[in-house]
Design a protein around this ligand. Structure first.
Ligand code: KG4
Ligand code: ZN
Length: 347
């Protein structure tokens, strides 16, 4: 059995990340290092990720992250079999910084280079953490993406549906801003929601009346804005209890929509007659405890196995990029120095 060691590099949004993983064919992969430098503070004053600031920060931090990842794996570059790098989709400046860094390392050490689709990185994570076999149903929910996929193979993902407007992570971030909670919105809303009443505000469950797996989250954001404005108008501001109630009501609505649409996706997927039905969730929003619990009990009721990666591998990281690269490398894929960064790159 062949053992492969890969370096992964990720810089498509606001995390600069590098990781080293190793896998012997047929065995569970080992994550030898997994370094993430988050840029949250750099963008805090702007209420969102500023592409120019992100690109500069990636360019400044990438070499260091690679160095630390190799150091913590106790390896030198000469012991790396291939370098995998996110080549898109994402903020173009950041993706370019990562691709240039990877190209430099690959050319300088004569190591093979593999461009990885960021979404494939998320979608293949359950195979890194749980050695999940194909095919499986995947709910990919992050700050930029929201879709149901059937993962048939390393190269083939079939889309069943997705958001027609905002991604849920984006909605979490925008709602947090609306109700005065810090960024990133997902974790801060989850924290506030624990102390709030999820039935305090009657928020819509968009598109549940429509068949299929498509979703919508922008109306929900507008509904929170209206509920907030009503509170501000009647009492002059938001108290902490109001923030908690709004957070809890919003999180409950998002969870309801995602769980119900997942039920429909499972039905569509089961009609494909998979031998051992399984559903996996990935992406930053998959870190949400309430969503994980909702999906776990749905899967249980439907007799479908459920996998959710550990939180650190749900949000953006380079271990998932190294893993997706390793899977492709085993299939014989290689890129050369003409590899380019792609802002858009559907799976
Ligand atoms: O996958 P990710 O790190 O980056 C993208 O590719 O988008 O996802 C980041 C998103 C952010 O919008 C963040 O608010 C959300 O994931 N997120 C969460 C939680 N942790 C992170 N959303 C809900 N609950 C959480 N616990
Ligand atoms: Zn992501």
């Amino acid at each position: 059995a062949q053992t492969l060691t890969l370096l992964g590099i990720e810089s498509s949004c606001d995390d600069t990340a590098a990781a080293v993983i190793r896998q012997t064919e047929g065995q569970t992969a080992q994550i030898l290092s997994n370094e993430v430098f988050g840029q949250t503070e750099l963008h805090a004053d702007f209420g969102g990720v500023v592409p120019e600031i992100a690109a500069r920060a990636h360019a400044e931090k990438l070499d260091l992250m690679v160095e630390v990842a190799l150091q913590n794996a106790q390896l030198s570059l000469s012991e790396i079999d291939a370098i995998a790098v996110t080549a898109g989709p994402g903020l173009i400046g950041g993706v370019m910084s990562g691709v240039m860094c990877a190209k430099g390392l690959a050319a300088g050490s004569n190591t093979p280079l593999i461009g990885v689709n960021h979404l494939a990185g998320h979608a293949l994570t359950p195979r890194l953490t749980d050695a999940l076999e194909f095919p499986y149903l995947m709910l990919l929910v992050s700050g930029g993406h929201c879709q149901f996929l059937i993962a048939h193979s390393v190269m083939r993902f079939e889309r069943l549906g997705g958001t027609i407007d905002d991604a849920p992570g984006e909605a979490f971030d925008k709602v947090a801003k609306l109700i005065g909670l810090p960024q990133p919105g997902g974790p801060s809303i989850e924290r506030a929601a624990k102390m709030g009443d999820p039935t305090a505000h009657r928020l819509p469950r968009p598109l549940l009346d429509r068949e299929g797996c498509d979703m919508s989250f922008s109306g929900l954001k507008t509904a929170v804005l209206r509920a907030r404005d009503a509170l501000v108008a009647s009492q002059g501001g938001l108290h902490e209890a109001d923030q908690n109630d709004l957070a809890a009501s919003f999180q409950a609505a998002v969870t309801d929509v995602l769980v119900e649409k997942t039920r429909r996706a499972i039905e569509a997927y089961l009609s494909h007659d998979p031998p051992t039905p399984a559903i996996a969730v990935a992406g930053g929003v998959a870190a949400n405890t309430q969503l994980r619990a909702g999906l776990a009990s749905l899967a249980d009721a439907q007799g479908v196995a459920f996998t959710a990666p550990p939180l650190k591998l749900c949000t953006d990281n380079a271990a998932m990029i190294a893993w997706a690269g390793l899977e492709r490398f085993r299939l014989g894929h290689r890129d050369d120095l003409t590899l380019t960064a792609r802002p858009r790159w559907p799976l």
